[in-house]
Design a protein around this ligand. Structure first.
Ligand code: GAL
Length: 633
């Protein structure tokens, strides 16, 4: 498949006279896609029922006639003021009980029935009008579900919907009381309508209550997105995407993705660096103009799973952004590197955000491919270079990786509800495992927590799966791959209770977690032979062969045939040892990477990426700063 490039454009921000020239310049730069429309509701419908499609008709025609393919966004992330006036209680409410007011974006509660109806109406009108438009070649639903912390809402609408959700799940309030253990602290309810949302309680609410609220909130996003996808699908054959985010795990992306054709995500490597889990200040200084060497790849691999193989980067950082604590400019070459890295991981398209920097409103400080005066910004040259390269160079041939890493959204919520130690997060744990696999030069597929996703791998890393359904448990025990499970594997039932037989309760395996402890991050427990446990440790009893232990002889990794139980959160060197053992048993070749260099194997090539600002000598030759190298396999 020919990889393609694109950009995000806002015709409503610019005088109509410049559209044609903009379109011609996009096409001349080698761009294929142009995403529009996702924030334009107030220009499409300035007052209830007053529909102004004329400008959007013309914008689509101008872009299409220049040879570009349009990705049309539904405008539901930015309901105009009149929608809020019509439905004043549609605003989301934060955990402190404050409404999240009009004046920016994403000011809606997923549970509000009236707002959902408004969305159905505008999406129907839009799909009726453009569903068969020859220039509209893809759709995007809404924009970045979860951006600005907008999944959890403590509104009246959410409360009513949560009660219904609970009634359907538990059928009787006695069953709910039993499942949650409400006898503790006299929290029993007499009816579902007694159940409130889990905020503003005196001390922490019941973890079972919070976990169910997280599941409910995720289901509300799935429902909201499905409503739009069904309307578009009935009116258009063009594929439907949503643009997900980095490091946002507040809803089940797999479940949303199942209603879509393509997963896409918005990649801002420098913006993300300050928030990257586990990265200290020296790491941030070192990669300030390049981004973390594993963070983008992690999301590429994750969204490939969310999109069931089809995925894009819908927004690619082109220069300094406006929203991180510090907003440096990328090292020359990085925009090209980020783009090629996405392609190497299987992206069909990479679109730069945004075409032209806006001189007004919230994102004045956000670079685009063009400056506000329409002159080229530095990223433009790199985009043009990639455009030339993708037409001349061989096609990327994706292939299944030898190693699978399971990522489970529910596990992330369970850790969040009950982290046991400050700063411990499931995402952080999985990401540490991913980093270690990549430092070892292994290509990784991130996979869903489903038995069917596990076929064909030589090694499977499944850290932190706190709630482990029986079929997945069985699949992990039956696979011929080498498997690492833990810490906190099957630590809770689906009701968020400790299992009666104690975790991990693996059939046929003599292993019990008898005690758990969390520790200050500045007090690592050294492992015999190098590396350490930091932050979290399961105390385990039973049989098995010890693979890693603390200096005082406490087991940290125990092997039972092809299964290894990992009992602690390892530091980098500890994870490197675990991965080296895993690769060895799985018959995989270790290729320890020079610092800041990463590889990704496709079916025919090995891609090399240099995230450092210096030339690095590798097995494949010298890699300049921000260098990309393609080596035939
Ligand atoms: C994304 C968002 C865009 C824009 C961009 C700025 O999160 O989807 O609309 O705000 O960030 O970096």
């Amino acid at each position: 498949m020919q990889r393609t490039l694109g950009t995000c454009y806002y015709p409503e921000h610019w005088p109509e006279e410049v559209w044609e020239e903009d379109a011609a310049r996009m096409a001349a730069a080698g761009l294929t896609w142009v995403r529009i429309g996702e924030f334009a509701w107030a220009r499409i419908e300035p007052a209830p029922g007053d529909l102004r499609w004329d400008w959007l008709d013309r914008a689509i025609a101008v872009l299409g006639q220049a040879g570009l393919k349009v990705v049309l966004g539904t405008p539901t992330a930015t309901p105009p003021r009149w929608v809020v006036d019509k439905h004043p209680d549609m605003l989301a409410v934060d955990a402190q009980g404050h409404p999240r007011k009009f004046g920016s974006r994403r000011h809606y509660c997923f549970s509000h029935a009236g707002y959902l109806e408004e969305c159905r109406r505008i999406v129907t009108l839009m799909a009726d009008r453009y569903g068969r438009n020859p220039y509209v070649a893809a759709w995007q639903t809404d924009n970045e579900y979860g951006c600005h912390d907008t999944i959890l809402s403590y509104s009246q609408a959410a409360r009513a919907a949560f009660r219904d959700w609970l009634a359907q799940r538990y059928q009787s309030v006695q069953a709910l009381n039993r499942a949650w253990g409400n006898v503790f602290w006299s929290m029993d309810y007499a009816r579902f309508d007694d159940v409130d949302l889990p905020n503003l309680t005196v001390t922490e609410p019941n973890p079972s209550h919070v976990l169910d609220f997280r599941r409910f909130s995720s289901d509300q996003v799935v429902r909201f997105n499905r409503a739009q996808a069904e309307i578009i699908r009935a009116r258009s054959d063009a594929p439907i995407a949503h643009n997900y985010m980095g490091r946002v795990t507040d809803f089940d992306h797999y479940a949303v993705g199942d209603d879509l054709d393509i997963a896409s995500w918005d990649s801002y490597p420098l913006g993300f660096l300050e928030n990257v889990v586990g990265a200290g200040d020296s790491h941030k200084r070192r990669y300030t103009r390049q981004g973390d060497p594993d963070f983008q790849a992690f999301h590429h691999d994750l969204y490939r799973a969310v999109g069931r193989g089809r995925w894009w980067v819908m927004e690619q950082q082109p220069g300094p952004v406006n929203w991180a604590p510090y907003n440096p400019a990328p090292l020359p070459g990085m925009v090209r590197l980020w783009t090629w890295e996405a392609f190497a991981h299987g992206a069909e398209a990479v679109c730069y955000f945004r075409w032209r920097q806006a001189p007004f409103a919230q994102e004045q400080m956000h670079a685009g491919l063009l400056r506000p005066d329409s002159a080229e910004a530095p990223a433009m040259d790199e985009a043009r270079q990639v455009a030339a390269e993708i037409t001349e160079a061989p096609q990327v041939q994706p292939a299944q990786a030898p190693v699978a890493l399971i990522f489970d959204y529910e596990a992330d919520w369970a850790w969040d509800v009950q982290p046991h130690g400050a700063g411990l997060s499931y995402f952080g744990l999985v990401f540490e495992g991913y980093r270690a696999l990549r430092r070892a030069g292994l290509s990784v597929d991130i996979v869903r927590p489903e038995a069917a996703a596990l076929t064909g791998y030589r090694a499977i890393l499944a850290p932190g799966l706190m709630i482990l359904p029986n079929d997945l448990k069985a699949a992990l025990l039956e696979t011929e791959a080498q498997v690492v499970l833990g810490p906190r594997a099957a630590a809770r039932t689906r009701d968020m209770a400790i299992p009666a037989a104690l975790p991990p309760d693996l059939p046929g395996i003599d292993l019990k977690v008898t005690r758990v402890e969390s520790m200050r991050p500045d007090m690592p427990v050294p492992l015999a032979g190098g590396g350490a446990v930091t932050g979290y440790l399961d105390e385990i009893a039973g049989a098995g062969e010890t693979e890693l232990e603390t200096e005082t002889g406490q087991p940290v990794a125990r092997r039972f045939g092809v299964l290894t139980y990992l009992a602690g959160w390892l530091d980098g060197p500890g994870f490197d040892r675990l991965v080296a053992d895993l690769a060895d048993r799985a018959g995989l070749t270790l290729r320890p990477m020079p610092e800041g260099v990463r590889i990704r194997d496709t079916g025919t090539e090995r891609f090399w990426f240099n995230y450092t600002d210096a030339t690095v000598t590798t097995d494949a030759g010298d890699l300049p700063p921000a260098g990309v190298l393609r080596q035939p396999l």
